[in-house]
Design a protein around this ligand. Structure first.
Ligand code: AMP
Ligand code: MG
Length: 519
């Protein structure tokens, strides 16, 4: 939205970056920062939600600079930040009892309230609206700056419009260096998503943007609270009541997609997609959690926090989205998060960042029949591990966990030495192999069990209940040839067996790839 001339003027500016210790706020720096605001300049500062880009809210020209620096559409109003409740009446009219109650409980804090504005607030600050959004932040640096700057600081998030909001001073500098006067660096923010917005000009009050203060928390204090319909259903056909909510926001450069469903299913689906896309030569990003991060085998995986405390996810959300911009990924897949508590705000921001692109995990997982393939021999030290390793070297269109088991394994012995010698001559190894006994838990819906001989198959079928997906290798690939056990035979016999096995495993790979197309 900047015109070219504005760009030139703004980019000539030197941005001072000042580190501030929250516990020992340097009064001299705050005084200087306050002076910048009083003179109509721009100062970015930390709040408990995200970093804000401060200007004197009562100075229309200053507000206009904010829009230019951010490239923000001018119909997207700014939130006015105050440090003392007594200042509210200067900018807001008809402050109700209910409003006083919520302020008492939640201010200072991550809650913005909408009121009728007074004439003191220029339309340049409110995007032409007759209402004004007001918040008292909890961050000590923010409060000190607001007081030093004259008491009324308009502050949108201190990012370039459309980019993820900044949760550290580095993020602010990445977007706005050279375009604003000063950045107060108070370290990383606490909450990580923008304030909840509550419209107090309607009855019952209405949530226009979800944040850390939830509907339930508000209702406990003032009774019924409604939610802007556009937050609930994407196609309500209405414009959101908070003008800013209509823009594509918070977006990373790569296309982000949210994978929905039960967590186990979501992980499987993302694994499947990441495997396929990596195979096709794409670099993909994955947003995972503490609980799931180790499940992924392909893609650039980032741990966003723990599901047991979604506040950790809120805190890292924008940082992770920004980090992906450095990774040069084509697509980002995010796990879906629980909507309870702050989860509602997380999902709201994530959905905006994704432009509402979602994928149902089950639609993906149903396209893959097996996820694990086990080769079963007698002692699991020769044919089985060889077959497994050969299959791992095949080009497979779907990802499988590939392993081997034995029907009579008494201890975890290493692979047969002759088998290892043959594998080495083929640039492969069974070095890390340890024989493992077949177990009932190896039988499940997603596991394909392939034995070498009928005897092993019948042993499994007769010993266990619920036997599914158990075949001999010959039966499965419809080739009569069988690789027999060769203990004590000379190396040449191992070599011959290897050649046959290699051929059969090649056919198996073809069959798996063929089947994958038809599911
Ligand atoms: P930001 O400061 O970037 O978090 O954006 C401020 C948000 O507050 C935007 O979504 C605005 O649309 C919203 N907002 C500010 N003032 C008003 C107002 N008077 N009425 C409704 N929404 C507002
Ligand atoms: Mg913003």
């Amino acid at each position: 939205m900047n015109n070219a001339r504005n760009d030139v003027i703004i980019s000539l500016m030197k941005t001072r970056i000042e580190k501030i210790d929250k516990l020992h706020i340097d009064e001299k720096i705050m005084k200087r920062a306050g002076k910048v605001l009083r003179k109509g300049g721009l100062v970015a500062f930390p709040t408990e939600t995200v970093y804000g880009l401060g200007a004197n809210a009562l100075d229309e020209a200053a507000a206009k600079k904010t829009y230019a620096a951010k490239g923000r559409p001018s119909d997207n109003p700014l939130i006015v930040h105050i440090a003392d409740v007594e200042k509210l009446d200067t900018i807001a009219l008809q402050v109700s009892e209910k409003a006083r109650k919520v302020m008492e409980v939640f201010w200072p804090g991550p809650l913005t309230l909408i009121f009728e504005k007074t004439d003191r607030v220029p339309f340049g600050t409110t995007g032409g609206l007759r209402t004004v959004a007001v918040r008292m932040p909890a961050d000590e640096i923010a409060l000190a700056l607001i007081r030093a700057g004259g008491g009324f600081v308009s502050a949108p998030s201190a990012n370039t419009s459309g980019r993820p909001s900044p949760t550290s001073a580095e993020h602010v500098a990445d977007d706005l260096n050279g375009k604003i006067d000063m950045i107060l660096d108070g370290g990383s923010v606490d909450i990580g998503v923008e304030s909840s917005i509550l419209d107090m000009t309607v009855e019952p009050p209405m949530i226009l943007r979800p944040g850390a203060i939830t509907k339930e928390m508000l209702e406990e204090v003032i009774g019924e609270v409604t939610i802007d319909q556009t937050l609930i259903s994407e196609d309500s056909g209405q414009a959101p009541k908070a003008p800013g909510m209509k823009y594509r926001h918070y977006a990373p450069k790569a296309q982000l997609m949210i994978v929905e469903g039960e967590t186990g299913e979501v992980v499987k689906a993302i694994k499947q997609i990441a495997y396929e896309q990596t195979r096709l030569g794409y670099r993909v990003g994955i947003i995972a959690t503490n609980e799931t991060v180790n499940s992924y085998t392909a893609g650039v995986v980032k741990n966003i926090g723990t599901r047991s405390n979604e506040h950790s996810i809120a805190k890292n959300l924008y940082k992770v989205l920004r980090e992906f911009d450095e990774e040069d990924v084509s697509y980002i897949y995010s796990e879906v998060f629980d909507e309870a508590g702050i989860g509602n705000a997380i999902m709201n921001r994530l959905e905006k960042a994704a432009g509402h692109h979602t994928i149902q995990a089950q639609e993906i997982t149903k396209l893959q029949k097996y996820r694990r393939i086990l080769f079963v021999s007698n002692s699991d030290n020769c044919r089985g591990p060889m077959a497994a390793e050969l299959l791992r070297h095949q080009s497979l269109t779907q990802e499988y966990e590939i392993g081997s088991r034995g029907m009579v394994v008494l201890f975890p012995e290493p692979a047969n030495q002759k088998a290892e010698a043959i594998m080495r001559s083929q640039q492969m190894t069974l070095e890390t192999h340890e024989a493992t006994a077949f177990d009932e838990k190896d039988l499940d819906d997603e596991t394909l069990v392939l034995t070498f001989e009928e005897t092993q198959k019948w042993k499994i079928v007769s010993e266990y209940e619920h036997v599914k997906n158990v075949y001999t290798l010959s039966e499965y690939i419809e080739d009569e040839r069988v690789v027999h056990s060769s203990p004590g035979e000379p190396l040449v016999v191992y070599g011959e067996n290897f050649e046959l096995l290699k051929e059969l495993i090649g056919k198996l790979a073809e069959k798996l790839n063929e089947e994958a197309k038809h599911v």
